[in-house]
Design a protein around this ligand. Structure first.
Ligand code: ACO
Length: 402
């Protein structure tokens, strides 16, 4: 029997807010979102300006340090990241322990968690210098790890990082070069890749970032915290939506089937949702989706992919959904994942790589938030309470009497 007085008493003592719809878990100076206006700022700079005029590593510096770098600071930062791109040679064996058909996200959760077994010095979180080195290592090595997860899954040899290439171009090289193959990274594709990284760099207290902060609040090491973030990101309601979205667009297949899927998304007895639509915070167009849509057009144009049926379905689906009273009333707009898959697909990535690419780009956001949290002198272990609805105290009955 539930003691209702106790329930009321509990509810009076702490806030009950499942899904944290209106609870701030921390204060932060990194990222600002105005969901009604569809505005996203990193350290005050609008995301569309950063996507157009800056680049991913500069945005990394900005997120980590709070200000844009001077020319010298920028060059030093790029140099440091470039010098950390290799992973410990023994980690190759770790990859080989996985089945070839493992999802690259499964591999990444394991490999990034295992970094704490290879880079012990960076686990000394009390030392700010070690915290910075851990951040550099993670930002630098994540593309190498994601590319290795991909290469392993398709049975090709690992490709080592090339330090003469930019961050994004090097990632494309590690994914698509075959040894002895004269693979040349197209600068326009490298720019599109860099923009995808920039658009995913941080997004304040989303589920994976909150997971990183909660894990870190216990004093866990940075690699363990980021592995927890990767695991959380994998879910289809979060970062896994980019894979789910492209698969959905392919399943729809042609514009004449869109109404059928719109009706399914509105049917409360059908668990189907329009993937890439809706957001907890944005009740307007996700500003990242606008840039992504433009980028999708540019990439397909560059690659000479005209009449891409998936892009046609996406554009028509967006048009129909935005005019539909259900989506209007619930303020469901395309989010960042709606168009990113189309670009990645055109570049040659399989859908299973979409979420790993999100994870590598979000690493800087996770690590900047981790750093900000550790620098807070008021830091407490995160420990939510619950509203207990179970049985109150009762006596144990021996097995033979039940
Ligand atoms: N398709 C159809 N209906 C939807 C959708 C959708 N994509 N999203 C929300 N709704 C409906 C819900 O059914 C609910 O209806 P109700 O009020 O009649 O019950 C209402 O809109 C509110 O939805 P909630 O799930 O309560 O909103 P919440 O803020 O908890 O969820 C979320 C946000 C998870 C993103 C949701 O919109 C969703 O599942 N979208 C599809 C997955 C997706 O694209 N995820 C990526 C998010 S962005 C990112 O992580 C990078």
């Amino acid at each position: 029997v539930i003691d209702i007085r106790k329930l009321y008493a509990q509810a009076g003592v702490f806030t009950y807010d499942p899904g944290f719809t209106s609870t701030a878990s921390c204060d932060s100076t990194i990222t600002y979102i105005d969901g009604d206006k569809g505005e996203l700022l990193h350290r005050g700079y609008p995301i569309d300006q950063l996507a157009e005029q800056s680049n991913y590593l500069e945005v990394c510096y900005l997120l980590m340090h709070g200000e844009l770098p001077s020319k010298d600071e920028y060059e030093k930062f790029v140099n440091t990241i470039t010098n950390h791109t290799m992973i410990h040679e023994q980690m190759h064996h770790f990859f080989r322990g996985f089945r070839r058909d493992a999802h690259p996200m499964a591999t990444m959760v394991g490999v990034v968690g295992a970094m704490s077994a290879f880079y012990h010095d960076s686990t000394d979180i009390a030392d700010p210098r070690q915290r910075e080195i851990a951040s550099h290592r993670l930002i630098a090595k994540m593309p190498t790890i994601a590319a290795m997860a991909y290469k392993y899954s398709i049975g090709q040899p690992f490709v080592y990082p090339r330090n003469d290439l930019s961050y994004a171009a090097n990632f494309l090289h590690m994914c698509f070069a075959v040894p002895a193959d004269e693979y040349k990274v197209d600068p326009i594709l490298a720019r599109a890749m860099d923009r995808i990284f920039t658009l995913h760099a941080d997004h304040e207290q989303n589920a994976s970032t909150s997971t990183v902060r909660l894990a870190s609040s216990s004093g866990a090491n940075p690699f363990a915290c980021i592995a927890a973030g990767i695991a959380c990101l994998w879910g289809p309601a979060h970062g896994g939506a980019n894979q789910a979205c492209l698969e959905m667009l392919r399943e729809i297949g042609s514009v004449d089937r869109i109404p059928e899927f719109i009706e399914r998304a509105k049917d409360k007895n059908d668990p189907f949702r329009l993937m890439g639509f809706g957001h907890r915070v944005y009740k307007n167009f996700d500003p990242r989706a606008k840039v992504m849509k433009q980028s999708a057009d540019e990439v397909l144009d560059l690659l000479g992919i005209e009449d891409n049926p998936t892009l046609q379905v996406a554009k028509e689906l967006e048009r129909i959904a935005l005019e539909d009273p259900y989506f209007k009333e619930k303020k469901l707009y395309p989010n960042v994942d709606f168009y990113s898959g189309i670009i990645l697909d055109a570049m040659g990535f399989p859908t299973s790589m979409f979420t790993p690419i999100f994870a590598l780009a979000r690493t800087v956001g996770w690590i900047s938030q981790w750093s900000e949290q550790l620098a807070d002198p008021q830091l407490k272990i995160g420990r939510p309470r619950q509203l207990y609805l179970g049985e109150m105290a009762r006596d144990y009955t021996p097995l033979e009497e039940r």
